[in-house]
Design a protein. Structure first.
Length: 202
């Protein structure tokens, strides 16, 4: 199976998509996880840390104050991604955060091929809902620290790998045919209204 992609998950400090405060990424090669990366980030959107967001992910303003900014780490993050397809659980949210945080930092917005593991699961699994913990459990994976960026990215990767293997998909292009992936620039506002706040996320 030549299933190659990078799974990605952001956490935000407030309701702005420019307020990335954590990022987790997991690299998959030939259907196997081969590398993990995790970054704590200092938001530069000026909106501070909302109590509701801190309650969700546990990242405080003091923790963020000691972290690097997006501008300081974006080259490292891009090097991790390389030219990979990005997969996220509710991709509109995470790719919107990537775009808006880049825009706020004065960094040109990249173009990606991307797919959404929520849409993939909705297409292939009849479940009560398709939130990340629900799909993760339905596929037989153990409990994880939901809303930790790296743990969420790994769960997204596992879900994508598992469903691709179950369906006999040979490569990531076959996955993208089901989960709405496309090669396009990610505009800063390309986020569904339901995903504008982190507690509405999957």
């Amino acid at each position: 199976m030549t299933l190659n992609f990078t799974a990605i998950d952001f956490e935000t400090a407030n309701g702005s998509r420019a307020s990335a405060c954590a990022l987790g990424m997991v690299k998959v090669r030939n259907g196997q996880i081969v590398e993990r990366g995790s970054w704590l980030l200092r938001p530069t959107d000026g909106g501070g840390f909302w109590p509701r967001n801190v309650e969700v992910h546990g990242i405080t303003e003091a923790m963020g104050a000691a972290a690097p900014t997006w501008a300081q780490v974006h080259a490292e993050i891009n090097a991790f991604i390389e030219d990979d397809v990005l997969i996220a659980h509710n991709a509109g949210f995470d790719l919107g955060v990537f775009a808006k945080t880049s825009e706020t930092a004065g960094i040109p917005v990249r173009s990606f091929s991307y797919g959404c593991s929520v849409k993939l699961a909705q297409t292939l699994l009849a479940l009560e809902n398709h939130k990340l913990p629900t799909v993760n459990a339905a596929l037989g994976f153990g409990a994880f620290q939901h809303h930790d960026g790296l743990a969420d990215a790994e769960a997204c990767a596992n879900i994508t790998i598992s469903l691709a293997a179950r369906e006999g998909f040979a490569d990531i292009d076959a996955v993208l045919k089901l989960c709405g992936g496309s090669s396009a620039a990610v505009p800063a506002g390309a986020v569904p209204a339901a995903a504008a706040t982190p507690w509405a996320r999957f």
